[in-house]
Design a protein. Structure first.
Length: 283
C-alpha cells in the first residue's frame, strides 16, 4: 500500500466538485426568514473543547472500524497512545499541504474538511462528528495533508502520530487487514461522489447532501429531523457542486413542498422519505 495514503479521497473528489461549481454570492434573508429565525428550534449546547475523559477516549478508540479485531487489553494499550487535543470553534486543526504527522479521531464536537480552490475559497468537502477520523495513518516523513480541517464547534480530538500507528500495525497485523476494508470503502464512497457530481442534477445532488447530513447529524424533534449545523446556503451549494443561486432555488422548492424547513444554523427534514426519493435513494 502506498504510504502516501493520508485519506486523500476527499481531495480527489474535490477536483470534480470545484469544476461543477462556479463561485458566486447572493444576499440571503427576508423579513419572513428573519421571523422564522426568531422561532429557531436550535438548542445551544456548550462543549468544553478540552473535556475528553479516559472513559470517552476508550469508547471512541473501541469504535474505530480498523481496530474491531482487537481484544479489550489491546484496545487499552492502543488507546494509551492517543493524546487528547482541544480546539475552539473556528480553530484550524491541520492545514492542507502541511506535513502530515498525525491521525485524528473526533471525540466530541464537529469538524469540517476544507478544500482551497483556485478562486481562493475554502469549500466544505465533508463534516465529521464523534467517531469520524482524518489525517495520516502511515509514517513516511514525506506526506502532506491533502485538505485542511477546521473545528466547526468546540472539539475534543484524539491524536496519534504516524510513527506510533506504524508500531500498532507491527504489533497487531490484523489491523492492517481491517484497514484495507476501510480504505476500500472510502474509495468506493469517493467514486460514488464523483459519479454523483458528474451526472446527477443539482436538485438530486442537493437532496443527497441534505439526506446524508440528516442521517449523520439529524435529531428527531417535533419540527422533524433537525440538523443543527452552522452552514450557509453557499456551504450547501459547495457541498453539492452547484451555484448558490441554484441551491437557494432548490431549497425554496423543498420548503414550498414542506419537505424541509430552514432557519439560521438549522434545517429540519419534514419528509425524509420524499427527500431520499429525490436524492435517488428511496427508503
Amino acid at each position: 500500500m502506498n504510504p502516501a495514503f493520508s485519506w486523500c479521497f476527499p481531495g480527489y473528489a474535490a477536483e470534480i466538485l470545484s469544476k461543477c461549481r462556479k463561485a458566486t454570492t447572493i444576499q440571503e434573508g427576508s423579513e419572513q426568514d428573519m421571523a422564522k429565525r426568531r422561532r429557531s428550534p436550535v438548542e445551544n449546547e456548550t462543549v468544553d473543547a478540552a473535556q475528553c475523559s479516559p472513559g470517552l477516549r476508550l469508547s471512541i478508540v473501541r469504535g474505530l472500524p480498523f481496530l474491531s479485531s482487537l481484544d479489550e487489553g489491546a484496545i487499552v494499550a492502543v488507546g494509551s497512545l492517543f493524546q487528547e487535543k482541544g480546539f475552539a470553534a473556528g480553530e484550524i486543526i491541520c492545514f492542507s499541504q502541511s506535513p502530515a504527522t498525525h491521525f485524528y479521531v473526533v471525540a466530541s464536537g464537529l469538524v469540517k474538511l476544507l478544500h482551497h480552490t483556485e478562486e481562493g475559497r475554502d469549500v466544505i468537502l465533508d463534516l465529521l462528528g464523534r467517531g469520524g477520523f482524518f489525517g495520516q495513518l502511515f509514517h513516511s516523513g514525506q506526506d502532506r495533508y491533502t485538505y485542511s480541517v477546521q473545528a466547526l464547534t468546540a472539539t475534543c480530538a484524539l491524536a496519534i502520530s504516524g510513527r506510533s500507528f506504524q508500531g500498532v500495525l507491527n504489533t497487531y497485523p490484523t489491523v492492517a487487514l481491517d484497514m484495507l476494508k476501510v480504505v476500500s470503502d472510502m474509495l468506493e464512497s469517493a467514486q460514488a461522489t464523483i459519479r454523483r457530481l458528474s451526472v446527477d442534477s443539482a436538485e438530486k445532488r442537493l437532496a443527497a447532501v441534505l439526506a446524508r447530513l440528516g442521517e449523520k447529524f439529524g435529531e428527531k424533534k417535533e419540527v422533524g429531523l433537525l440538523i443543527q449545523l452552522p452552514l450557509s446556503r453557499e456551504d450547501l451549494a459547495d457541498m453539492s457542486g452547484t451555484t448558490t443561486e441554484t441551491a437557494s432555488r432548490v431549497i425554496s422548492e423543498l420548503r414550498r413542498e414542506d419537505i424541509i424547513r430552514t432557519g439560521r444554523r438549522w434545517v429540519s427534514i419534514r419528509d425524509f422519505r420524499r427527500l431520499s426519493s429525490l436524492a435517488g435513494h428511496p427508503t
